[in-house]
Every structure is written in C-alpha cells, then in structure tokens.
Design a protein around this ligand. Structure first.
Ligand code: FCB
Length: 471
C-alpha cells in the first residue's frame, strides 16, 4: 500500500512533467534499418560483461512499437518525453549518414508533436558507434569533431520541430566508468583514457553547443548525474578528504569547466598522474563554457563517504561506481560507502529523498552562473510482482516518486529554479550491465511478449500530472 501523499504546492507556471528513456535501452532493432554496432552492442558480446548474458538486439522493441508507445505516453498525460538518438543508427560507420535511421527519429518527433508531447532530445546517451571506438573512442580528440558533425546532421533534420537539445547524458558514466573502471562500455580500464574521455566529451559538448546555437537552437543544455558527497564523520580529516575526492570526480570535474570555464585546482592536482593537463588545448575551456539554457540533473541517491578502508562498504553508487571510484586509477584506494541504515532499492541504492532537495538548493547557492534546472532523471528499481489480474502494485516505487516530487517542491520553495521533472523510466528496459534484471519502468514490459502494462506508479504519476494541470 502506498503511503506518501503529494504535498499541496503551487507548481510554477509551465513546469514540465515528463518521462525519460534512452535509445540503447529501449529501441532494439540493433542491426536493422542500417544501424551498426554501438559500443554497448560490442560490450554485450564480452563474456560476463552484462548480467545474464543479455544483449540489446530486441530490447523492448520500441523501434517497431513507437506509435503505440507514444499513445501510451499521451494516455499518461506527459507534457514531455526525454529520449536519445542512437548515433550508430544515424551515422553507423563513422561519417556516412543513414537516412533511414534519421527518419525513425523524424517520425517519433512527429508522433510526439501530434500527441501534444514536447520532444526533449539527448544526442549522446552512452552509445558511441563501435566504428569510432575502434579509432580510440573518446580517448581520441577527433571523436569530439565527429560528434559535432553528427549533432549538426541531427539538428538539420529535426531542428525545425525539436526545441530542447541536450548534448550529453551523464558524462561521468560514459567517460570515467566506461574508460576507467570498465563496468560500462567500452569496458576499458585505463586511467589516462578515462581522463582524456572526460575532456573530449566536454569539448564535444562545447563545440556542439556553439554549432547548434549558430544553426538557431534556443534551448541547449547538458545532463549531469550529481551527488551530495557526505563525509561519514565531518570531524575526521580522512572522511572529509574522501568526500572531497568524490565531489571532485563526480561533480566539480563537470560543473566547473561547464559553468566556470576552469577545472578545479584540486581535480587537476589529483589527476596529474593521468595527464589531464596534457589533453587541454589553449582555447578548449572557453569553448566548453559556452552559455547554457538549462542544466539537467539526474539524481537517484546520495553518497555517504568514508576514507577508512574498514568502513562497512556497500555498493550503492551508480553503476558500480563504488568499485571504480575506490580503485587505484584515480589515486585513491580508500573511498568507501558505509551504510547509514536507510531503505534501499533493488539497485542497492539508498533512498533519501531529501538529498534531491539538498542538491537542487546547493547548486543554486554554489554556482552564480547556474542556468534553470530540470530533474531529467529520478526513479527506482524494485522487484515487481505481477498480480493474478496482471496489475503491478508497485507501492515502493510510487512512494519513491511521490516523495522525491515533494522534495522538488521544497527545493523550489527554498529558491531553487527548477522547471521540470522527468521520471526514469517510462518503460522497464535494458539496464546497462544489469541487463533486464532491474526494472525502473512506471510501465511494466513483459520481456517475453513485450506487452506493456501501466503500473500503479504510472497511474499515480498520471493522476499527479492531471491534478497539477487542473489546479
Ligand atoms: C542513469 C542512466 C539511465 C538509467 C538510470 C537508472 O545513470 O542515465 O540510463 O540507467 O541511471
């Protein structure tokens, strides 16, 4: 039984209620319509890389069921749909354009607009064409220039209808996890490559913002996954130092170049052995800090941090980052994530809705040049059970979503400029290295029949949107 009620709140006029997905996680058609391998297709073939040996070939077949999926979004009353473009569908083998791939997104956009749903487009949600990985991927500066060509092609095709453009989703994962810890594609474990990937993705972002701005785009942004790195004992210098390191690698290495045009001094120092300074060219930071129209914030959980190796470790950080952040390649063997006894989701991520409020408020206080914020992902995986009548009474997920929405309201009341909220995810889907084991959807997908069933959380979210619109 769901317990938590929405707190009465007057939401700002025009506040956007949406849901999010990503191409690789839902589309399927892995090698149809001219699409070639992305790094995730290739990674899925590495034995042991993905739980259950799962792949992305069919995923939830959104590529073929797109009109019905858009109808489902309309039935939920979504204002906006955040989706990503598969680069390997649009430019499958490096540079040549695949019109059939682009056409899929053109049809999707038309379908959304026809249903009165705002398309919120992300250019890069982790699925680099494998053809570019074979040229050293994001460790190669040239990839940033390929990204701008790809972004320009997509803008030329969709810019007449899509108003909101996001360059990257969670560069932390696609650089540091993909190239450093190896838990994400392309599965490399090379500190130098990881640090180069961070910088080259920043550069790609800045170049694309400038290119799309010149082409006429008016709403340009990026989505970061940010955390509150909370020292277990704020009076213990070892714990405080661990929190500083995590804050540097998970937050400030992204926020400061983007919003202030400089890498933090402590980050440059920590990453000296991995050659960060060497990959920065003289004009890069002025390109990277091109003004933004919005910042997307993805948030699932906080991080309580210790610097003591014996602190009871848990694996709560996103995508296995607990292991990666604590691994020697970043020069710290001793970042651990002790438990504070909070409830946890099926990802073993702790539930602490107040962390979202804290983060949104803190960003406004810490960054003078902060653009408007959108919560572009928030949600939870639980092991759903299907009732005899086929319904899914996912009260924990419902409570998670409602309690986080309540905290967004509190953040706005405290002065944070938050203009939208997107629940992750519309559909159960391919959860990266966890395969199909973890379900985040507000709509259940039966992975055998691919049938969609709105869960209680989806109904509740729809009722919330209706109530806000009616107020
Ligand atoms: C985020 C990703 C998204 C999804 C959620 C659970 O890190 O952006 O694709 O996997 O986590």
């Amino acid at each position: 039984m769901s317990q938590i009620e929405p707190t009465p709140f007057t939401w700002p006029h025009g506040f956007i209620w949406g849901s999010a997905t990503a191409a690789a996680q839902i589309e399927g058609a892995g090698h149809a319509g001219g699409k070639e391998d992305s790094i995730w297709d290739a990674f899925a073939r590495v034995p042991g890389a993905i739980a259950g040996g799962d792949d992305l070939e069919t995923a939830v077949d959104h590529y073929h069921r797109m009109p019905a999926d858009v109808a489902l979004m309309a039935s939920l009353g979504l204002d906006a749909y955040r989706f990503s473009i598969s680069w390997a569908r649009v430019r499958p083998c490096d540079r040549a354009l695949n019109p059939e791939g682009l056409d899929f997104y053109s049809r999707l956009v038309d379908e959304l607009l026809g249903a009165g749903i705002l398309p919120w487009l992300t250019l890069y949600h982790w699925d680099l064409p494998q053809a570019l990985e074979e040229k050293d991927g994001w460790a190669n500066r040239e990839t940033a220039y390929r990204f701008v060509e790809y972004a320009t092609d997509v803008y030329a095709a969709l810019g007449d209808r899509v108003t909101h453009w996001t360059t990257f989703n969670e560069p932390f994962c696609s650089s540091l996890l993909g190239y450093g810890s190896g838990v994400h594609a392309p599965g490399r474990q090379d500190g130098g490559a990881a640090v180069a990937a961070v910088h080259h993705q920043h550069l790609a972002h800045g170049l694309a913002v400038n290119a799309l701005r010149s082409a006429g785009a008016q709403h340009l942004g990026i989505t970061l996954n940010l955390t509150n790195a909370v020292p277990r004992d704020a009076t213990d210098p070892v714990d405080v130092e661990a929190a500083r390191r995590l804050d540097s690698l998970a937050n400030r290495i992204f926020l400061e170049p983007l919003l202030r045009g400089a890498y933090p001094v402590d980050t440059l120092h920590d990453l000296e052995p991995f050659g960060l300074a060497e990959v920065i060219h003289s004009d890069d930071l002025s390109i990277i800090s091109a003004p933004l129209d919005f910042l997307g914030v993805n948030h699932y959980h906080d991080d309580l941090v210790s610097g003591h190796a014996d602190a009871s470790a848990s694996d709560s950080h996103a995508g296995g980052a607990a292991r990666s952040v604590g691994s020697p390649w970043i020069g710290s063997e001793y970042i651990t994530f002790p438990s504070r006894g909070l409830p946890r989701t099926a990802m073993d991520w702790e539930v602490n809705a107040d962390g979202l409020r804290l983060l949104l408020v803190r960003l406004g206080e810490e960054y003078e040049q902060l653009p408007p914020l959108y919560v572009t992902e928030n949600g939870a995986a639980y092991d759903d059970t299907v009732s005899a009548d086929g319904s899914v009474h996912d009260s924990e997920r419902t409570d998670y979503i409602v309690s986080h929405i309540n905290k967004v309201a509190e953040a706005i009341a405290a002065g944070a400029d938050v203009r939208g909220y997107f629940v992750w995810s519309l559909l159960d889907n391919f959860e990266w290295s966890y395969g199909y084991e973890k379900r985040f959807g507000i709509v259940r997908v039966d992975f055998d029949t691919l049938q969609r069933t709105v869960k209680d959380s989806g109904r509740r979210y729809a009722a919330h949107i209706r109530a806000v619109h009616a107020a």
